[in-house]
Write a new protein. Structure first.
Length: 94
């Protein structure tokens, strides 16, 4: 246990941040599970509904230091690859 006043405060701050980050990470994992199940079922309506919220949550997790920015980028990339394999985006040729 911390003995100095500043160390006590840091321990308190660390505990608060740990709880907040854990909650955010659980929320992110749940959202990714929902998204992955929609992709596996090839439910395009559900994918279109969940995709913006999932990508936004991944970005916010980076901002809150829950995820490293490279990890977030990797997750988004893999998620989009799964989504595009089911519903390929039609590119318009100029």
């Amino acid at each position: 246990m911390a003995n100095h006043k500043s160390a006590i405060k840091r321990a308190r701050q660390s505990e608060t941040r740990r709880i907040a980050r854990r909650s955010k990470l659980n929320r992110l994992r749940t959202q990714l599970k929902k998204m992955n199940s929609a992709v596996e079922e090839k439910n395009t309506v559900e994918i279109e509904r969940l995709l913006p919220a999932t990508l936004s949550l991944i970005d916010r997790s980076t901002h809150d230091h829950t995820l490293h920015r490279n990890a977030a980028s990797r997750r988004k990339s893999r998620l989009m690859a799964k989504v595009n394999s089911i519903n390929p985006v039609e590119s318009s040729a100029s």
